[in-house]
Design a protein around this ligand. Structure first.
Ligand SMILES: O=c1ccn([C@@H]2O[C@H](COP(=O)(O)OP(=O)(O)O[C@H]3O[C@@H](CO)[C@H](O)[C@H]3O)[C@@H](O)[C@H]2O)c(=O)[nH]1
Ligand SMILES: [Mn+2]
Length: 353
């Protein structure tokens, strides 16, 4: 009997930022092979990235990014995983899943391999509940529901824009925590999916993340990091704070929890400390900024929200460091590039832009 068609086979792209050969795909082959991959090769474009046979993919290196975006390419980070957001921009699909190349298939407590992509798709295809917390977690799962006292007027939920997965083995800790707890491994499998309540920010990790590109794609800019930038490893955090403010404003949902992947490689905590340290104290001002930012009622699209946010960043965060002035400009360049590559009603076919 033919196996069932994978969910969203022709409506989802898998985006992988990489500086190495993609042998990790062999372990994901049963789950990923039916899908189209967008590989964003970082670092030296002269290096050849080996992709295992049988995968349908398009690959972009820095020369491609510069050719496609021209001077606007300066909004795409170089020598940092933040470059992955270029893949979101050139995709023509409704959904994106992004994963790091040191993330492997994890096993659930029963020992069964976890199809992380399938779980993300389920998360995205069912509503979120940001306006009232359901204490039995995801109410739409088999064997769960809304609990007593949950308003019936809110049980329809809202469209889910983002599905944030977690990691067994190497947790996504910041450098100071990594330095203090070098041997700590995450072995705790928590069988839960939660909607992050409206008005609450969260630290979005980019290594096991899926989103609805049509609902929130233009806000998924992974901030300027890497070569020539004063901080690193805050690309996904920046995107997470921006998308959450915009999802709250537009009435969209963000979920976190299942699925887990197995994160295999701990990046160097000393290198990470050098990348993160400014962000660690800057974020004490950045978080209150995002907690207090108000988007106007005229901000009815993601692009309009994002451009309002960029203006607020320029007006209110540039006093922290001139970096935020540059970042605000890059946010605008990102939207201009997004709209150039994604004119309204663009097709869903795979394409090499
Ligand atoms: O210069 C680079 C370095 C790496 N990559 C690719 O990006 C991902 C992540 O790389 P790695 O696993 O080495 O680093 P981590 O510290 O574990 O990354 C996680 O921490 C955050 C970084 O902001 C983020 O949540 C995760 O990415 C791999 O696919 C590398 O090949 C790159 O493109 N450029
Ligand atoms: Mn990693």
């Amino acid at each position: 009997m033919a196996s069932p068609t994978p969910l969203l086979k022709d409506e989802l792209d898998i985006v992988i930022p990489t500086i190495r050969n993609l042998d990790f795909l062999e372990m994901w082959r049963p789950f990923f092979e039916p899908y189209h991959l967008i590989i964003v090769q970082d670092g030296d474009p002269a290096k050849t990235i080996k992709v295992p046979e049988g995968f349908d993919y398009e690959l972009y290196n820095r020369n491609d990014i510069n050719r496609i975006l021209g001077p606007k390419a300066n909004c795409i980070s170089f020598k940092d995983s933040a470059c992955r957001c270029f893949g979101y921009m050139v995709s023509k699909k409704k959904y994106i899943y992004t994963i790091d190349d040191d993330c492997f298939v994890a096993n659930d407590p029963s020992g069964k391999q976890i199809n992380a992509l399938e779980q993300h798709i389920k998360n995205l295809l069912c509503p979120s509940t940001p306006f009232f917390f359901n204490t039995l977690y995801e109410p739409y799962r088999e064997g769960a529901d809304f609990v007593r006292g949950y308003p019936f007027s809110l049980r329809e939920g809202v469209p889910t824009a983002v599905s944030h997965g977690l990691w067994l083995n190497i947790p996504d800790y910041d450098a100071p925590t990594q330095l203090v707890k070098p041997l700590e491994r995450n072995t705790r499998y928590v069988d839960a999916i939660l909607t992050i309540p409206k008005g609450t920010l969260f630290p979005m990790c980019g290594m096991n993340l899926a989103f609805d590109r049509e609902l929130i794609g233009p806000a998924m800019y992974f901030g300027l990091m890497g070569d020539g930038q004063p901080i690193g490893r805050y690309d996904d955090m920046w995107a997470g704070w921006c998308i959450k403010v915009i999802c709250d404003h537009l009435g969209l949902g963000v979920k976190t929890g299942l699925p887990y992947i197995f994160h295999s490689k701990a990046s160097n905590p000393f290198v990470n400390l050098r990348k993160e340290y400014k962000g660690i104290f800057w974020q004490e001002d950045i978080i209150p900024f995002f907690q207090n930012v108000v988007l106007s009622k005229e901000a009815t699209t993601v692009q309009k929200c994002y451009l309002e946010l960029a203006k607020e960043v320029k007006d209110k965060l540039s006093k922290i460091d001139p970096y935020f002035d540059k970042l605000a400009d890059a946010m605008v360049t990102w939207i201009e590039s997004w709209d150039e590559l994604n004119p309204a009603g663009a097709s869903a076919a795979n394409g090499k832009a």
